[in-house]
Design a protein around this ligand. Structure first.
Ligand SMILES: Nc1ncnc2c1ncn2[C@@H]1O[C@H](COP(=O)(O)OP(=O)(O)OP(=O)(O)O)[C@@H](O)[C@H]1O
Ligand SMILES: [Mg+2]
Length: 358
């Protein structure tokens, strides 16, 4: 391929993309990026990126992590604004460049569908109808399915041998569909969190115990806790669901012979996220679930937090969508960085307000 070909490729790339240098100044931006930012490459080159891009997630810190770990990082549902333009909800990918590890490429993919299905779920009627429709369907399919299962069980009583295998198959597969439908219903029914001061380590221990006797029995789980971590302000049952889903994914990503999951907690003062009302909240409590499996499948990497995106044969793709919804309802943020041998899901959460700590 000629250099000209790659120039053309950069110019035609339909996703807004910019490259920043070691000092986080804009080095280059593609035409889709110029349209997105409503400014010319000429006027942007050399400018500090965070002066020009306004985001409601701690992407500056994410950039530091990408540089340090030399890995790609994905953050979903970031509101990205620039100049006078209203912010656009994007999935953001950060990645270092081969041969230029101090340069970082930032891809901002507007979340059109995601906008309908994302965290504004409660207020957006389009989203309500999409999820509502799925819920209604789930409910309606469950009844006839129960009839089919019952009929197959009745039939099996008068059958023998190979024929029973077939009715067993009907029953088994129907149960699988029911399970999937229940997950869809649960996704739609998530109640608003009932937040109280919660010790993160208590919730992590509960998640870890159920993982160790169940889906993660083949894995080694290592704790790396900061015992001085203050309480967070959360619905502990919902938080438990978050950690269980992440542990389950880590266990499922490793092959049957096992692998290691590290659960790490630590404090990082500088992280802030923007709340829906525009105020900024500190999210200093960090929980990382780290596994040494193969990493996110390349074709899914930017989308794993979207509903129904799964890289597994039996996956519904609702696990991380639920995780991301719960975390954002807790004023937190989630990101993932992934390379073969090391996948890190990080959740950043606020500290419980002082008047709630007993
Ligand atoms: N730790 C991980 N390592 C590698 N890939 C992962 C990891 N976590 C998630 N993934 C990928 O992301 C996809 C989406 O995960 P998600 O939890 O949303 O759905 P799922 O696990 O496929 O289904 P469900 O959680 O509903 O059973 C997974 O199918 C898998 O391909
Ligand atoms: Mg999952």
């Amino acid at each position: 391929m000629t250099a000209h070909f790659f120039d053309t490729l950069w110019i035609s790339l339909p996703v807004p993309c910019l490259v920043i240098d070691g000092q986080s100044n804009i080095a280059e931006i593609n035409p889709a990026g110029e349209i997105f930012m409503n400014a010319s490459a000429k006027s942007l080159r050399g400018a500090p990126v965070w002066d020009k891009l306004h985001v409601n997630a701690p992407l500056d810190e994410a950039v530091t992590r990408v540089r340090r770990d030399n890995s790609a990082l994905f953050v979903n549902t970031v509101d990205v604004g620039s100049g006078e333009k209203p912010p656009v909800q994007c999935n953001v990918q950060l990645t270092t460049m081969v041969d230029r590890p101090d340069y970082i490429m930032i891809l901002m993919e507007p979340r059109e569908i995601a906008q309908k299905m994302g965290r504004d779920l409660k207020s957006k009627s389009a989203a309500r109808s999409a999820i509502g429709m799925a819920e209604m369907l789930a409910h309606e399919i469950k009844n006839p399915l129960a009839g089919i299962t019952g009929a197959a069980q009745l039939l099996s009583m008068s059958l023998s041998g190979d024929d029973i295998e077939l009715t067993d198959l009907i029953v088994e597969e129907s149960r699988r569909v029911v399970k999937l439908l229940e997950q869809v219903e649960q996704f739609g029914n998530l109640r608003p969190p009932m937040r109280k001061p919660v010790n993160l380590h208590d919730v992590l221990d509960r998640a870890q115990k159920s993982a160790a006797v169940g889906f993660a029995a083949h894995m080694k789980i290592k704790e790396n806790y900061d015992p001085s971590l203050p309480s967070t302000f959360a619905d502990s049952d919902q938080l438990l669901q978050v950690f269980q889903n992440l542990l389950k994914n880590a266990a499922e990503a490793s092959d049957k012979t096992g692998g290691t999951i590290e659960i790490r907690t630590f404090y990082e003062m500088s992280l802030r996220v923007e709340r829906p009302d525009g105020t900024r909240a500190a999210v200093p409590l960090q929980v990382e679930i780290i596994d040494d499996g193969p990493g996110l499948p390349d074709n899914l990497a930017g989308q794993v937090f979207e509903p129904f995106v799964s890289g597994r044969d039996n996956g519904t793709g609702l696990g991380l969508a639920l995780v991301s919804k719960i975390v954002s309802e807790h004023d937190g943020w989630i990101s993932v960085s992934s390379a073969p041998g090391r996948t890190v899901f990080r959740i950043s959460l606020p500290v419980a307000p002082k008047d709630h700590i007993t």
